[in-house]
Design a protein around this ligand. Sequence first.
Ligand SMILES: Nc1nc2c(ncn2[C@@H]2O[C@H](COP(=O)(O)OP(=O)(O)OP(=O)(O)O)[C@@H](O)[C@H]2O)c(=O)[nH]1
Ligand SMILES: [Mg+2]
Length: 219
Amino acid sequence: MTTGLAADFAPEAIEAGRKLFAGPCDFFFAAAKSDGLPPIGAPEIAFAGRSNVGKSSLINALTGRTALARTSHTPGRTQELIFFALGERLTIVDMPGYGYAAVGKAKSATWVGLIRDYLRGRPSLMRAFVLIDGRRGIKDSDEATMTALDKTAVSYAVVLTKRDEVKAADQPALVAATLEALRKRPAAYPNVFFTSAQTGEGVSELRAHVAQLLAERSL
Ligand SMILES: Nc1nc2c(ncn2[C@@H]2O[C@H](COP(=O)(O)OP(=O)(O)OP(=O)(O)O)[C@@H](O)[C@H]2O)c(=O)[nH]1
Ligand SMILES: [Mg+2]
């Protein structure tokens, strides 16, 4: 196992994750404003990250759908907080991206406000995932997001994405650098996930992790 990579799950945990995400998953709400969120229901997991990092693609990979969450080559595809219900057990929230100049300043600022408000004030948010493009590493806008999460004590985990685009030889150094950046962050999960929505690598581990969080919550 590459040190620090969240890869060490027992077969039972992997199976629990598979089962959890194998159930029906449906879109149920879109929110353009933070005062227009759905009522508090099932525990939520939310996917944050720069535009184009692969948030919507990862949600599709987790749920085994090709087009549940809308994806696109051009940044700025997801423009609202999009809520999906995984049965009655879990709510998955896809978010607009941040940090991409091409989206336009006004839109970008609106989205940053929406994301911040949601992350700061959602009691049912069980875990945020901050996605980092594996080809690029952590950027200033990612640091800002993690700082906001640390300040409000929202627990989060980092997911490196697009693993299929990162040479195997470069992966350990990327994981090590990412862990180093997380070391002093109080609300960060101390391991990183490294996924590819294209090959499915790392996806079953992420499912297992979410299933574990849910199981711990209901103890
Ligand atoms: N090679 C590769 N490409 C990926 C992967 N995940 C996403 N992509 C591509 O990256 C682009 C953006 O993916 P999205 O899932 O739409 O990204 P997003 O973070 O939801 O983007 P916004 O909604 O615009 O913020 C698309 O062209 C995807 O096909 C991956 O694991 N590997
Ligand atoms: Mg998206």
